[in-house]
Design a protein around this ligand. Sequence first.
Ligand code: OFO
Length: 173
Amino acid sequence: MKDLVRQKLSIHVEIMDLLNEQIKKEAHSSSIYLAMASWCDHNALDYSAEFFYEQSLEEREHMMKIFRFINDNGGTAYSPEVSTINHEYNSLEEIFETALDQEIKITKSIHNIVFQCRKLQDLTTENFLQWFVHEQMEEEQTIRRALELFDLMGSEGLALKLLDERIPHIRKK
Ligand code: OFO
């Protein structure tokens, strides 16, 4: 991008680059969750499959929010490439543990951009990212609620089926 155009951005140039990195991370999350939905579908865990289909869509929406924010503020958003998506899992519990790790990584990444915004006095982006800070807190809580179910109910045979039926209730309305 030409320097003059970059100087006209209402968001800081370094922050815009971090936001483009975040677009890739959100796209990656969306694809990871789609692979998880597929695994659940193949293992007849219908409610968990629905949860991850929805989660995948939400991550795409997060990606689009950032994408539009960059373009609306005079920057250039880059369409992300996504690679190396794991499709092999040993259990539903492993899937939710992996999902929690992924969300924690995303939370750290969002917090890092907020810290950089403060350093560079980019108040516009800091304000925009507050929604994501809150969203991440909720997403981590939701997945932790799923993991608690494994401790409470177990994960073999009928217990797994019953646990799967509880999955639609882990999101707070
Ligand atoms: Fe949960 O990752 Fe998006 O923000």
